[in-house]
Design a protein around this ligand. Structure first.
Ligand SMILES: [Zn+2]
Length: 377
């Protein structure tokens, strides 16, 4: 089974600048090639290469292999839909193969940029380090949240998929880290306390502004992220173990648009985003996949406003942030628990088909990418 790991590139500012420039030029070249491919109706890589190769290299300053990769990225996209001229985001993924990159152990990678080869520090979590011995083929350089990552495809041990007969709905909360549909609360108290403590120290140090204060700030930042990681590892492990024990599929909300999500108030958004739910979700997906537990995503619309008993949906079902009281049938519950029950219910309705799809796939892909196509949103 193949899995994709996201490896963080810890680039110094001038290195990040070089990566950015390279990525922009690469994608600009792709857009240029896409125009030619579309105008000449060329979906053949070799023909297209004959036409654009030298011009692209000169115009965008790309190395030979970068130009080849740009052509092949464009052709793949053009082949998917020949009725349109493909357009690439300048911050879009840039593929690196063995000719323009090399791994330097587990903590560094060498990448070719328009400023030459750069040796960059990378961070591979302890948990993943054994997998990194088996990277396969090309990797993608990705820019997300102001950070560069390498998406690396690796071999993962095969896990036989569980025979799912139930659904474990998980609501990733604001007040708590998570509440699941069995009512278990993964408390955020310890984290909240630590976060507040760290915020106070940070504010003091920022005000201080000396060199040593800056050094301290950096140290604290590292401390904070390690703590977050540990909690996320621990939490996700508990969830996956429970799913195995109860033969359950894990159901999560599809929050790809969480930044825009209106159910998270502005004041809570910092908390929600800073806690790193993305990381928690990634850990859940990863551990679940390894254990053969399917992960599916549901459309998050109204999970927090819908009553899990009578399915009445209303904003006024939420008298406070933490409580749910249905204005229709009067039933009440902890708000996050109610949401977890709704998440479970939405998948339960489709359980036979979901289970069948996963059985056919043998082992689900990381990220539940397959399941995503079948459950709304
Ligand atoms: Zn109700």
């Amino acid at each position: 089974m193949m899995q994709t790991l996201m490896v963080k590139v810890e680039a110094a500012p001038e290195q990040a600048e070089a990566l950015h420039e390279t990525m922009h030029q690469f994608n600009a070249a792709c857009n240029d090639i896409a125009k030619t491919a579309f105008e000449l109706r060329l979906a053949n890589k070799i023909e297209l290469q004959k036409t654009v190769y030298y011009r692209i290299r000169a115009q965008y300053n790309l190395s030979a292999q970068m130009a080849v990769r740009a052509i092949s990225k464009t052709v793949e996209a053009y082949k998917r839909d020949k009725s349109i001229q493909v357009e690439f985001d300048l911050d879009g993924a840039m593929p690196y193969d063995q000719r323009i990159m090399s791994w330097k152990g587990l903590d560094r990678v060498s990448l070719l940029t328009l400023k030459g080869r750069l040796v960059l520090p990378i961070r591979v979590g302890e948990y993943y380090s054994d997998r990194m011995n088996r990277p396969r083929g090309q990797v993608d350089l990705i820019f997300r949240n102001k950070t560069f990552y390498l998406a690396v495809v690796v071999d993962a041990p095969d896990a036989s998929p569980i025979d799912a007969t139930a659904v474990l709905g998980i609501d990733l909360g604001v007040k708590n880290i998570a509440v699941d549909s069995t009512g278990e609360v993964f408390s955020g108290d310890a984290i909240e306390k630590t976060r507040r403590k760290i915020d106070t120290i940070k504010a003091d140090l920022q005000q201080c502004g000396t060199k040593s204060a800056k050094r301290h700030l950096k140290k604290i930042g590292k401390h904070e992220s390690r703590f977050r990681r540990d909690v996320n590892h621990c939490t996700s492990k508990k969830m996956v173990v429970k799913a195995i024990d109860t033969s359950s599929i894990i159901a999560l909300e599809d929050l790809s648009g969480i930044g825009k999500r209106t159910t998270v108030k502005k004041s809570q958004r910092r908390k929600h985003l800073s806690w790193g739910f993305g990381q928690l979700r990634q850990f859940i997906e990863y551990k679940a996949t390894n254990a053969g537990v399917p992960v599916v995503y549901i459309n998050p619309a109204y999970t927090s406003q819908e009553c899990h008993v009578c399915h009445h949906i209303s904003e006024s079902n939420r008298p406070t942030r933490d409580d749910f009281v249905c204005t229709c049938c009067g039933s009440s519950a902890d708000a996050d628990y109610n949401a977890a029950l709704n998440i479970r219910a939405r998948v339960e309705a489709n359980l036979p088909i979901v289970a069948r799809i996963f059985a056919q796939l043998q082992a689900p892909n990381i990220g539940g990418a397959h399941a995503r196509q079948f459950i709304g949103g």
